[in-house]
Write a protein that binds this ligand. Sequence first.
Ligand code: CMP
Length: 153
Amino acid sequence: MQRTVVLLKPDSIQRGLIGEIIHRFERKGLKLVGLKMMAVSDALLEEHYAHHKDKPFFAGLKKFMSSAPIVCVLLEGKDAVSVVRKMAGLTSGREAELGSIRGDFSMSTSANIIHVSDTEAAAREEETRFFKKDEIFDWESAVAPYLYGEDEK
Ligand code: CMP
C-alpha cells in the first residue's frame, strides 16, 4: 500500500474545515496513519517549497503558511498518491472540479486549502519531512476486506 502526505493549510483551520476534509478521506476508504498539528517553521517551509523559491509568490506563500497552524495528515491506501491528488483537485480553487476539495472550498490559487504530495517520490520525502517514525501508526484495519478485493491487496 502507498502512503501520501496532506497538509491542511492555515485557511483550513481558520475556516473550520479540518473535520470536513479529514472526513472525506476517511469516507473514501483511505487509512489514517499519521495526524498532527504544527506551527511550521521558516526553515521547514524553505525546504518544503524549495522548488518555488524563485517564484514571485514565494514570500507570500511562506507568510501565509506560517499565519496559523497547519495539520499534517498521512494517509495509506492503494494508489494513495493519485487518489488523493484527484480528491484535492487542480491547484487553483477557481479551476478545480466541483466535488474536489479545492473545487468545493476555495476561490484562490494561494489559499487553496491543502497541499498534497505530487508523486510517490515526493510522498516519501514529505513523510520523513513532516513525521517522525513514532508518529506513524501501523494499525490493522478491521474493514480492509470491505474496501478492497482480494486481487487489490
Ligand atoms: P501547494 O500544493 O502547497 O504547492 C505550492 C503552493 O504555492 C500551492 O499549493 C499554492 O498554495 C501556491 N501557489 C502556486 N501557484 C501560485 C500562484 N500562481 N500564486 C500564488 N500562489 C501559488
